[in-house]
Design a protein around this ligand. Sequence first.
Ligand code: TYM
Length: 331
Amino acid sequence: METVVSGIRSTGNLHLGNYYGALQNFIKMQHEYNCFFFIADLHSLTTHPTPANLHGNVKQVLIEYLAAGIDPEKATIYVQSDVPEVTELYLYLNMNAYMGELERATSFKDKVRANPENVNAGLLTYPVLMAADIIIHKATKVPVGKDQEQHLEMARTFGNRFNRLYNNDYFPEPYAFSFGESLVKIPGLDGKGKMGKSEGEGNAIFLGDTPEAIRKKVMRAVTDSGPTVENQQKPQEIQNLFDLMKVVSTPDTLAHFDELYNKMAIRYGDLKKELAEDMVLATAPIRDRINAIAADTDYLRKVAEMGADKARESASKTIREVREIIGFRKF
Ligand code: TYM
């Protein structure tokens, strides 16, 4: 059976981008593959959370994994920092990761631009840690959104480089995966780029948002003053709303509003109302389970402990073999 690995950073509540880009695939894949899904708390240290924030955010992602439908009996769910073998592999991979290629990574350049006062070494080697996460379980499929594609390419580079250096084919190549034909990019509500946690107030719809909060954010989404000719190309802020509709609404609903737009008969208020209600419906089952699961700390601890044991078993086997390949003390 092929092995699957993916993770989400513990930086706050999960949003529709995380859900449609990653989580929805996790839930489907757990039935068909040997799956490891983790909470990337080490990666979240690049922004220096307080202990209390870190603790709360890790717990929240675990709650939302379970509420969304990951079954801890089927998939291995664990917290990244519970598996120190990952950081050992990260160190080995760092020896063959070069400044130039790390500095060229799009996500690194974006972060430098956004936070020039916090360009730390952890940020630079972020893709190396991510490669370690993936190849420590010898995964071949990695369910992620479009924004992680380049990181997967780097993971292949680092794994292949290790193989070449030691003249073997120890690590298989991991590829980004989605059940759809292409990787997903969910837009935000600000009329600009992707939905994200740090893109500003109102840009993201969270899985735990109340129906009122969802309606409020959608009604405030950026639009224009309407189409001026029939069948015109949609400007980005309008295309974004249609893209969101594509994932939460029925094909009929989407076709209906598309036709109104093309005939210049669209009323954005109606489109937003429909979009908000369909988002409320799409998130309802998860929202309902979040509170129940959050109250059960014993269960959460059990899930995390069971996952840590299973993940360490797999990771420590790899580390034993890697140490042997590298040639550490034998006498
Ligand atoms: P993170 O925490 O930023 O996002 C988690 C997952 O959600 C996806 N995603 C999106 N997909 C579509 N549209 C969006 N607007 C959107 N926003 C987020 C991301 O593509 C991702 O799949 N580096 C990773 C975490 C990580 C990881 C790994 C992933 C660490 N180690 C190993 C896979 C394998 C990250 O920061 O994701």
